[in-house]
Write a protein that binds this ligand. Sequence first.
Ligand code: MN
Length: 133
Amino acid sequence: MDIYKANSRPTDAGNPEYFTGMVMTDPINTAPDPARVRALRVSFSPGARTAWHTHPLGQTLYVVSGVGRIQQLGEPIQEILPGDTIWIAPGEKHWHGASPDNAMCHIAIHEALNGSNVDWMEKVTDAEYQKAD
Ligand code: MN
């Protein structure tokens, strides 16, 4: 058993190639092989969001705080709130992030396939992001 103390692993900034706005990530689970599950806490500042992406084995999101947005390609943007759980099917193109006026924090849980748990695509434009307004 390993206990990872909160002060033993630093907060990372989201890679600006894959995120718009200020995003911070804190690892929860980076279990070694043969475990495949990965989990992290992701904190989005108001207006911040992921780029479009897919997950080879799907993804579960659990909203911890704030007001967020999520969109599956071809569907309307939806608001997500604390306590909401979202399942994103394997290969489903989507993005997630904060609302324009409120931060949002979610826990993201996904499995790696051949060492990768995400395939990143283009950024979500301001026009795409603001379609919900
Ligand atoms: Mn995702």
